[in-house]
Structures are given as structure tokens and as C-alpha cells.
Design a protein around this ligand. Structure first.
Ligand code: SF4
Length: 55
């Protein structure tokens, strides 16, 4: 978990605590405007939850 945070060169993602489960961290795209569309985050997501589009 959080591999997208590690691979993103421009720090788009940040980890947040889930309110219901504070021991669990979830990655969210907090600064999507910084994305350079390198696509490194897409294949490393174990949940296949990342979909990057330029539009
Ligand atoms: S596609 Fe965007 S969000 Fe994903 S790793 Fe590259 S810069 Fe970061």
C-alpha cells in the first residue's frame, strides 16, 4: 500500500487516515494538478484503482 506515493516524482499523492479505521492509511490524489502523466503509478497499484487521463 502506498506504492503510488513512492513512485510519483511530483508528489501528487498523500496518505490519509480513514476515519472509521485510523490505523489504516489510504492514498489520495491530493495534487492532481501537478501530474506530469508519467503513468508510473498506474501499474504499481495493487487494487488497480488508479486511472490517469489528460482531459
Ligand atoms: S501519472 Fe501523475 S500521479 Fe501518476 S506517478 Fe506520474 S505524475 Fe504521479
Amino acid at each position: 500500500m502506498g506504492t503510488c506515493v513512492e513512485v510519483c516524482l511530483v508528489a501528487v499523492f498523500k496518505l490519509i487516515e480513514l476515519k472509521e479505521h485510523p490505523e489504516t492509511l489510504k492514498a489520495v490524489a491530493a495534487k492532481m494538478e501537478e501530474c506530469i502523466f508519467c503513468m508510473k503509478c498506474v501499474p504499481v497499484c495493487s487494487e488497480q484503482a488508479i486511472n490517469v487521463k489528460k482531459d
